[in-house]
Design a protein around this ligand. Structure first.
Ligand code: 1HN
Length: 351
């Protein structure tokens, strides 16, 4: 006999008389029990997010073709979205909370200034000479740099170089849209202000002293140059030869907390030949290979990430990373939903 209240067979909608169901519908009422197991499955959540791999080699020619087919004026932001088929491609989601897109800017183009409620970051993939101005700070874009566009800050992109520039956009758009809190405001070309967060916060451990300032910027650092993140990883690996996960997190240098409110951003170095089994945690993750070659094993699939490839893994899932290079480190940019899960109190680490 089953313990009271633990029956797994709950009543179905079809078990109810049609006239009763019609009366419920008329009053905008729904019985919970036929759907209870679907919304609260036993032990582990149902995840629409599927392990998915996007090859840069495959998408690059399609992105360059978009450059020929659609002028920037007709696109505003010329992006191919990396959509997870588990959510339905039209939903433009990589996971429940993450949006990914590859954006192309051609020499001389300008993507006009706007601001919006979703938070964005850009991870620069290729090309020289482009810049993005965020909240009046002109940030040069170089391969591997991470540039923040936190909620509400004006941003626009320009390109003074001679080759196409491509970057990966990561936004919390699916979540903010679901919250019915997603909107934008158009602006005019920003006046560039002096000052660069990556210069003011040049070294970890010391921060500028606000002697005369009355208020601090909520986001004092907007650009995280790859040369700095990479050398931090190399120093960390050299300092701690026994450290399994050589990883740094992108943080707000004033608070030490996450760089943005909803999504988390990290850079991971795999030592030559290293196999790294990540703990099973609740948030979904995105892996983007900056340098090297790495295999990602997830949900019984194996993706080989070449440079600029991207893949995602659902939450509550085992992920194993393997550096395919025997003589060189590989470097991976990681975006995840950890800040969101921690703030909402649903974060789990199942080891
Ligand atoms: C956006 O503003 C940018 O500013 C890129 O470059 C991608 C995707 C959805 C909504 C806004 C950008 C975006 C976006």
């Amino acid at each position: 006999m089953q313990a009271h209240g633990c029956s797994s067979e709950l009543g179905r909608l079809e078990d109810l008389p049609q006239d009763y169901r019609d009366e419920l519908t008329q009053q905008n009422l729904v019985p919970l029990w036929p759907s209870l197991r679907a919304v609260l499955p036993p032990g582990v959540p149902t995840r629409r997010t599927r392990a998915t791999h996007w090859s840069y080699k495959a998408l690059r020619p399609l992105l360059l073709k978009a450059g020929k087919l659609t002028p920037i004026e007709k696109a505003e932001r010329r992006v191919l979205v990396l959509a997870n088929p588990g959510h339905g491609l039209e939903k433009m989601q990589a996971s429940a909370a993450m949006y990914l897109g590859m954006q192309l800017l051609l020499p001389g183009e300008w993507a006009p200034s706007h601001r919006h409620t979703p938070n964005a970051v850009r991870m620069i993939v290729e090309g020289e000479g482009a810049w993005t101005t965020v909240d009046g700070e002109k940030c040069p874009m170089q391969r591997g740099d991470l540039i923040l566009t936190p909620t509400g800050l004006w941003h626009e992109h320009g390109h003074d170089g001679s080759e196409p520039v491509v970057w990966l956009d990561v936004l919390d758009l699916p979540l903010v849209y679901y919250m019915e809190a997603s909107y934008h405001i158009d602006g005019k070309r920003q006046a560039v202000q002096p000052g660069h967060g990556d210069r003011a916060y040049a070294r970890a451990g010391v921060v500028p002293t606000p002697v005369f300032e009355r208020s601090r910027k909520a986001y004092p650092m907007l650009r995280y140059p790859w040369v700095n993140a990479r050398s931090s990883l190399e120093s960390l690996a050299a300092d701690r030869p026994g450290l399994e996960a050589v990883q740094v997190s992108y943080v707000n240098p004033e608070t030490g907390g996450d760089a943005e409110n909803i999504l988390g951003f990290h850079a991971l170095m795999l030592r030559p030949g290293q196999v790294l089994k990540l703990p099973v945690r609740s948030p979904a993750m995105v892996f983007h290979l900056i340098e090297g070659c790495a295999e990602v094993q997830v949900e019984g699939q194996r993706f080989t990430l070449a440079e600029a490839d991207t893949c995602c893994a659902p939450g509550y899932t085992a992920v194993t990373l393997h550096n395919r290079l025997a003589d060189k480190p590989s470097f991976i940019f990681i975006a995840d939903e950890t800040p969101l899960h921690k703030k909402l109190g649903v974060f789990e680490n199942r080891g």
